[in-house]
Design a protein around this ligand. Structure first.
Ligand SMILES: *Cc1c(COP(=O)(O)O)cnc(C)c1O
Length: 387
């Protein structure tokens, strides 16, 4: 009976519930910003990736609406057929100029950029080394590529090196993949060491700058700039949907890499081009990142202010962070949910992050340039209740 072959769904859902792993959406009303309306009441928003507060910026909104007026809502085709507009080229030049790379390629999301880049550059005869805390898009890109995959312990360059010493010779090409800012922890990958190891063992290196672009580095170019590695050969991936306030993803790198991806990345070739509105908004976002370093400075003032205040809460198990993401760890998924709800009732929106997204449950706080000092003070005041 057909009924029976779907019965496992209900059992699986019951298991998810029992483990306190069940998730569901919650609606935000109105615009995006430092405060939002959640379930009918205003809360301070520490759950957004809109680090520079650009998703609600008038200039991005204007760029998007103008693009719609002139070019319509849909891009109507893939980039290689009817979907390419000059706007896409302008955005790609702007990304390459921010990243100081020869070229860049825009995808419909950061997730698709990772899948596309990884599956294009390695295959069955190759090897991927992947940090165990990497984002889902890197992990699934690795699986999809058909390459052999070895996960190394988080940021452990000694073990990474041992593995390469042991097995590098058995493979044709080799690719190391890593988040630059780890999305659920907030710490940084040891980029200079990774680059040295990549060079020593003739490996390519792909870094995912999703949470670093617009946030880290003198000009906001990301972790690569922060570590002074701008001129080193590597594959940079990122998103247009976090600090840049829009939607979409990109790969930035050498002319040859980008040219190759245009010919071989299935998630770019066989999908509809980014819409005019998203493209125009992202371009406006990049221009603001370049022209207004004060936003980034304000974000860092907020990060440092929060960390300062939180250092007076000795019972919180704060995870190491060098970004706009600050997490504290909790005993169990149930505890994380309880505290997440308590925060919400107290006017603070900071989500509980649970397995299987992360190995240990935690509350994840993300800061924005548009948070006021009073928002941060209120957060710490509420955190005092259980620290
Ligand atoms: C958010 C995120 C992505 C995916 O980007 P989207 O544009 O949202 O698809 C990829 N990698 C990391 C590390 C992320 O945090």
């Amino acid at each position: 009976m057909t009924d029976d072959c779907y019965a496992w769904l209900e059992q699986s859902l019951a298991t998810i519930h029992r483990a306190d792993w069940y998730r569901e959406v919650q609606s935000i009303d109105g615009g995006s910003g430092a405060t939002v309306i959640l379930s009918g009441r205003e809360v301070i928003n520490f759950a957004s990736n809109d680090y520079l507060g650009l998703a609600g910026d008038k200039r991005l909104i204007k760029a998007a609406t103008t693009a719609i007026q002139y070019q319509g809502t849909g891009s109507t085709g893939s980039r290689l057929l009817s979907g390419h507009r000059e706007l896409h080229g302008e955005l790609e030049s702007a990304i390459a100029s921010l990243k100081k790379t020869e070229d860049a390629l825009v995808f419909s999301s950061g997730y698709l950029a990772n899948l596309g880049a990884i599956t294009a550059v390695v295959g069955k005869r190759d090897l991927i080394l992947s940090d165990e805390y990497n984002h889902s898009s890197l992990k699934n890109g690795a699986i999809l590529s058909g390459a052999g995959v070895i996960e190394y312990p988080h940021c452990d360059v000694a073990i990474l090196k041992d593995k390469l010493q042991e097995v590098r010779k058995n493979y044709r090409r080799c690719l190391i993949i890593t988040d630059s800012v780890f999305s659920m922890d907030g710490d940084l990958c040891p980029l200079p060491s990774l680059l040295d190891i990549a060079e020593e063992f003739n490996c390519m290196l792909l870094v995912d700058e999703a949470h670093a672009t617009g946030v880290l580095g003198e000009t906001g170019a990301g972790c690569v700039e922060y570590f002074g590695c701008t001129n080193r050969q590597l594959i940079q991936v990122g998103t247009l949907s976090k600090a840049l306030g829009s939607l979409g993803g990109y790969v930035a790198g050498s002319k040859n890499l980008i040219d190759f991806l245009r010919n071989r990345a299935p998630t770019w070739i066989y999908t509809t081009a980014l819409s005019p509105a998203d493209t125009a908004a992202a371009l406006s976002g990049i221009n603001i990142v370049k022209k207004e370093p004060t936003r980034r400075r304000q974000l860092w003032e907020n990060i440092n202010y929060l960390k300062d205040l939180m250092s007076n809460l000795p019972n919180l198990q704060i995870l190491p962070s060098e970004s706009a993401i600050v997490c504290f760890q909790l005993e169990s998924a149930a505890e994380a949910l309880k505290i997440g709800n308590y925060l919400k009732e107290s006017g603070i929106f900071a989500p509980a992050i649970r397995p299987p997204t992360v190995p240990t449950s935690r509350i994840r706080i993300s800061l924005m340039a548009t948070h006021q000092a009073s928002h941060i003070e209120k957060l710490v005041e509420v955190l005092q209740d259980f620290s």
